[in-house]
Design a protein around this ligand. Structure first.
Ligand SMILES: [Zn+2]
Length: 435
């Protein structure tokens, strides 16, 4: 089997045309939209753990942070407690050549388990440009693309700094005026001097504008640049004599991005704009359509393995989505949970489009209550806490969330997120975390 797993770092799903981004004169993702037409678009796909390191860990190993120990940045390999093989190890053991075009393994060595070839375009953790990544991927495909393989291709361009990463010819395609009506309300930042200072300092350091509409336009320019990179990957692969129709393609991201919504920027909470990411799968045996059920990153490993006829362990947190690739939808997942443990320590539980967010550590964001309820249909940016108005539902979801912790961690006493929040509250490293 031939598999290419493409991750576009920092890509929120609602910034792709196939997920409803249709308000700019120029399309942001015309090529990815054309690919989405060939396969299954997962409408409610959520990262399991955010930000970057825990997200890729859950994607590559099919287990959650609550099981594998990787919650945040700057963790050591000895903290990684997963004993089951990675996606790449599974494919390698079954005779596939495995390749990684990504800089992730520079600082997170468990993420390169099972990859025979590791190419690091560019020379920083937040890797090379879309052109460099595509060129590196094509070089690898030239050598190994004719036989069975598993290739991971990692684009970084939508990540901050937006302006520095953007190309002039792409900047011209999107005007800040097109985003003015949709730009987030900045009052949570502007009304809080400490938060405002942190926001100003961060954007100054990155050399990014302060106005969200300008950042949104740059963000989309960078997505469009990746879209063209993926187009070149397809065209280049075909020129190498590789039949793209024989390849199973997966397109996703590790987390989304905030532009000021509810007092957040970057990707350091677990609200929907951070945790909901695209997932598009197409290739041999996939029936085109849209999957409206909840799915999560932990489901990617069991799905790809099942499609390749590879047996996986029953201890995984994810389950195979192969039925969804055949148009069957019912009874897949009724609830999802996403955790975040960098700036804000949070757990979000979503059921029937109601999201309960438990914030265990908030730092200077005093406007956030411990437990908040949001209706994602009416309030996708999650700025209207309705927990008092819907007290019964809030209570039910709190019980469901506690049940989940008991099932997954063995009870509140073993809930690492709680321990991390306590340590953070009583440590003096907070100044580092607002960066
Ligand atoms: Zn990331």
């Amino acid at each position: 089997m031939k598999v290419i797993l493409i991750s576009i770092d920092t890509l929120r799903s609602d910034h792709l045309g196939c997920y409803g981004h249709n308000y700019t004169k120029n399309p942001v993702s015309p090529f990815m939209d054309s690919l989405a037409e060939k396969g299954v678009v997962f409408e409610k796909h959520y990262a399991t753990d955010v930000p970057t390191p825990p997200s890729y860990t859950s994607m590559f190993f099919g287990t959650r942070a609550i099981k594998n120990g990787i919650y945040t940045f700057n963790q050591y390999e000895r903290e990684f407690t997963c004993s089951t093989p990675s996606l790449a190890e599974h494919f390698y053991k079954e005779g596939h050549r495995t390749g990684m075009i990504s800089n992730l393994s520079l600082i997170y060595p468990w993420l390169h388990r099972g990859f025979i070839d590791i190419h690091k375009p560019g020379n920083r953790f937040q890797g090379g440009t879309a052109e460099e990544v595509t060129e590196e991927a094509l070089r690898w495909l030239r050598e190994f693309g004719k036989k069975d393989f598993f290739l991971f291709v990692h684009y970084w361009d939508p990540h901050v700094p937006y302006l520095e990463r953007s190309r002039k010819e792409y900047r011209k395609l999107f005007s800040p005026d097109e985003y003015r009506d949709r730009a987030p309300n900045m009052r949570y930042i502007n009304d809080n001097p400490e938060l405002e200072k942190a926001y100003q300092e961060k954007h100054k350091r990155m050399n990014d504008p302060y106005e969200p509409e300008k950042n949104l336009a740059l963000y989309d320019a960078n997505i469009r640049y990746v879209d063209d990179g993926i187009r070149r990957l397809f065209e280049g692969s075909a020129k190498l004599g590789i039949n793209n129709d024989e390849i199973l393609f997966v397109i996703t991201s590790d987390h989304g991005e905030a532009f000021g919504e509810y007092g957040f920027w970057d990707h350091f909470s677990c609200y929907r704009n951070i945790s909901q990411v695209p997932l598009i799968i197409f290739g041999p045996g996939v029936k085109k359509g849209r999957a409206a059920t909840y799915t999560q990153h932990v489901d990617i490993l069991p799905t790809l393995c099942e499609l390749a006829g590879i047996k996986t362990e029953s201890t995984l947190c994810g389950k195979s989505m192969t039925d969804l690739l055949q148009g069957k939808q019912d009874g897949f997942r009724e609830e999802i949970v996403t955790e975040s443990a960098f700036v804000a320590i949070q757990r979000m539980y979503v059921r029937d489009e109601y999201a309960l967010v438990h914030t265990l550590f908030r730092k200077e964001r005093d406007h956030i209550n411990d437990y908040e309820l949001f209706d994602l249909r009416k309030d996708p940016d999650q700025v209207q806490d309705i927990s008092e108005k819907k007290a019964d539902l809030t209570r039910d979801l709190r019980i469901a969330m506690d049940d989940w912790v008991t099932r997954e961690a063995g009870g509140a006493a073993f809930d690492k997120l709680r321990h991390m929040a306590y340590e953070r509250e009583h440590s003096n490293v907070g100044f580092l975390l607002s960066k």
